[in-house]
Design a protein around this ligand. Sequence first.
Ligand SMILES: C[S@@+](CC[C@H](N)C(=O)[O-])C[C@H]1O[C@@H](n2cnc3c(N)ncnc32)[C@H](O)[C@@H]1O
Length: 285
Amino acid sequence: MLSIPPVLPAKKRIRQAFDQAAATYDEAADVQREVCDRLAGYFEQTGIHFQPKTILDAGCGTGYGVWWLKRRWPCAELILADFAPGMLVASRIHCPQTMLVCADIEALPFTDQRFDLYWSSLAWQWNDPMRCLVEAGRVLRPGGVLAVATLGTNNFPELQHAFAEIDDYSHVLAIPAPERLLTDCQGSGWVVNIWQRQAVRRHYSDLRTLLRRVKAVGAREVEQRRPRPFGRAAWQAVTARYEQLREPEGLPLTYDVVWLIAHGPVIDERHDRNLASLSCEIERG
Ligand SMILES: C[S@@+](CC[C@H](N)C(=O)[O-])C[C@H]1O[C@@H](n2cnc3c(N)ncnc32)[C@H](O)[C@@H]1O
């Protein structure tokens, strides 16, 4: 029986990891930028023509999403929220005129129906997606729009393979099945405009570079941390298992990305007309 020493609450550790990664985030976050750009692209695809007066970027990181949001809706009031102070400091540099709030997206410090658009790219997977969804529904006005990118269960299958059978600790984030998010979303009255699930892949020259890249964006926390670092033999075993997956371009790393765009159940007539022609798009990539 393993004796696991006490650890900080998961959320506190996740927050610390992102706080510490703020300085290295932008240089390493090419996948995160691609995912955010694609969220913007899907939004355009919906054909939703509305002018949000107030927008929340929940889990804003260093503020990458702001580039598109500001360009798309220059007159909207934009509020950026993140629980990692370091990320907010970095986004202050990118977005000097924007209101920044240090807050937990599972318990936002905003009144009900404060926003017209809730935007969040790659933050929900660190939390309980259902709680995030309920909180998004609370802060969105009736008929408001939700645009979210998150991760699915098959995230980092290569790391799962490499660490399997090495020990009993978790080495990748355990993410709830995204099908459940879709069911919960539809079950609680959201009208889903876009539901896309696709693999986003990258290749790295070696395992050290790959892990450094993942940690540089703050993605280093899992449910059960090993009390001691791996020894040389364990690292050799992990590396050998990862090498089994090598492709001509290098060692692959696969993100299982889910994009969700939905609008709230109570909508005004104009909004209704804009959205009437949209259908729920379900694709498995
Ligand atoms: C992978 S980064 C994505 C940042 C940004 N949205 C982007 O696309 O570059 C995830 C961000 O979500 C934030 N985050 C995760 N869980 C959070 C929570 N419960 N409350 C507030 N921020 C959270 C992290 O601090 C981090 O800045």
